[in-house]
Design a protein around this ligand. Sequence first.
Ligand code: ADP
Ligand code: ZN
Ligand code: ZN
Length: 811
Amino acid sequence: MPAEPIYCDVSLPVPLDQPFTYLLPETLRHRVRTGCRVLAPFGARKLTGIVLRVHSEPPAAAARELLRLLDEEPVLDEALLALGRWISVYYCAPLGETLRAMTPLSGEIRRGKIYSLTSAGREVARQLHLGAGGDEPTIAVLRLLDARPLSATYLKQKVPQSASALRSLEKKGFIEAEDVAAERDPLRASAARLHVEFLGKRAEDATHGKLPKAERELLSYLELHPGAHNLASLEEIVPKASTAARSLARKGLAGLAVEAASAALETSFRPPHTLNAHQLAAFTRIHASLEARQFQTYLLQGVTGSGKTEIYLKAIDSALALGRGALLLVPEIGLTPAVAAQFHQRFQGKVAILHSAFNDAERAQEWRRIRSGDALVVVATRSGVFAPVRDLGLIIVDEEHDQSYKQQETPRYQGRDVAVVRARDADAVVVLGSATPSLESRHNAETGKYVRLELPERIEQRPMPRVDLIDMRQEFLETRKNNTFSRALIAAVTERLENGEQSMLLLNRRGFSSFVACRACGHRMECVNCSVTMTYHRRDRRLLCHYCNYSDRVPERCPKCESDHIQFLGVGSERLEDELHGAFPRARIARLDRDTVTGKHDYEKILSGFRDHAFDILVGTQMIAKGHDIPNVTLVGIVNADGGLGLPDFRAGERTFQLLTQAAGRAGRGGTPGIVVIQTINPDHYAIRCAAAQDYEAFYAQEIAFREQLRYPPFASIANILVRSKSEEDALRMSTELGRLVQPAPEGVRILGPAVAPVARLKNEYRYQMLLKASSRRRLTEILTAMRDFAATEKWNPTSLVIDVDPVTLL
Ligand code: ADP
Ligand code: ZN
Ligand code: ZN
């Protein structure tokens, strides 16, 4: 007979890398299971963690009692727990923080602290009511808390200096804090995204008391108009519909559901395309692996406009027909409502969308639909790789080279690579799609680890765009002017305007000017928190740090030499738009960059405006280069192709090639052929030449030779180690100690640094960095683990050591 389960090991989201054992209260003994979330006491706090194991082995020290079980059903199954463990080891991240990153459910629980009175505190509060007065913050806080527990955020609004008051009250034992509190109403989505529906219950037979007028009216409207209604539109017909609907839903009289991201978007139905020969050949291979239930990774390398999406859709069809689920990952910026709509149209109610722009409640709701098996097709950004899809048979990673698949905070996983690991353990098929595959993926295809499938032509044999390289040094010699736009680019835009065609202009830098400098002494205006130059934004007439968002006035005099010769240098996207208005006063111009896209709908609004030809010219940063399919665009201009080339990062060439090729690929996707104008001062650089020739193979050959020679990925496993501290001395000392730890370098390992990081100071912290290159992955992991152990024994602040395995950027 198995022993009674009395204890459970819980992984908590803390930097300490070990599970904690808790005693199960009587009532939870047979309910707590591996993979469930629980609320556990930790020091003075209460934390949400994941159960790793339930057992009856008494721990060495007395175990505290578990507080609460948050899920009756596990949120992570065995396979996902195993994946979490793998990530934790491979990316050197604490397991608890990794597991937390794998479920979007923390959003159902209000973040921050909730305060309540202890019995001692209640006593003090009672005495206050008896007359003791005063309006100090501590008293105000006690009075408020006497009525009910309140969040730190609420108290902050009500009481000035509440933070210090709370601290002192907590110290005295009058109040206690809980890190998590009540579950949130999952239907807090905005009216625009909610659907309401009549459930067949009339007010009369459902309630004894009378419903408020607004609710009665809404209910009779819904009864007379069957089907789901968008709440925002309903508000124009039925007064107060939004509040009434939520209240009716709570009473069980109306159904309320968050609408899928795209349903609001009108799309005309488009039947599936018949695959052309290349598409068919690729699809046949994928289908065969699916049918054989055999793990295999395919690299689908297809030029821009070659019809990769149609293959994705067909492959998903196959997976569904075999009774399996499918997951499509897309880059952060690529998951637009238009893309989502395409999938909804094809797979209807089977689709769930997980987007980082959704609020927590919306994501949690989609996640639950996936878990229950309601949604079998998932379209998601990076963290969607953890979606609990039932019997996962297929994972597609679109634009697999995209940087946004790498998470830039702990756990620093690469979503594309995690997809491959997850698929391997699930006997699933992976399709990595791109016109410009990452060097790693293409190399894996060379060595036979992946199978390469090629789409060498655009759909219907549409021509690839013609590319003109403009040497801006020559342009200067000929015109004697430092113009932003070459004569060729001006002529090309003029021609589009005359023909009613559209243009996209790409600039690799946002803001108005790149930076502001003193002409007398050369001093550049830098951020006070970071060692980087600030960018001038004319709309607010201010300087902005793109790293920490610090902003400042433009000084009238140079802070260094007092000269008043302040100069604006370089061109940002804001200035570009301005100059375009000057050159083409009648053109309709829109701009797409991180300044114009602030809310989650801005991006789509600007893009769909452009798609509907409300604008002639779209100006923007990298954002405009990504995967859009707008047939009327026949010109793509790249204003400064060199923007990223000078960066001290071994991927600078690869990034530049990808950006230019992808941007060029936006031209001529409809019936009319397109042209691309690339302005550069490095016309002989291989990344620029290969992009102009749209020649991936030539670029790959050159780049891979360079990587091999210098032992960079894919020929070495690398990790970037960052040590940071508010104190410059500490940062230097810690990095030196870490450096010493790995000296002499073990066989097959090369260590660069420690040295001052390229951005030496960021958000007021001094930064030192070290790059490890190892010929074996195991060796690398061993060294990194030793470093983490060292930092733990030395009791470093957990945030001072950042380990980035397989970094995508060294900056
Ligand atoms: P990619 O992602 O490879 O750049 P898309 O998937 O966006 O290319 O396809 C480009 C265009 O070709 C789209 O408008 C798509 O609808 C269309 N298309 C795809 N496959 C076919 C086909 N077999 N026949 C006709 N048109 C197709
Ligand atoms: Zn100066
Ligand atoms: Zn800054």
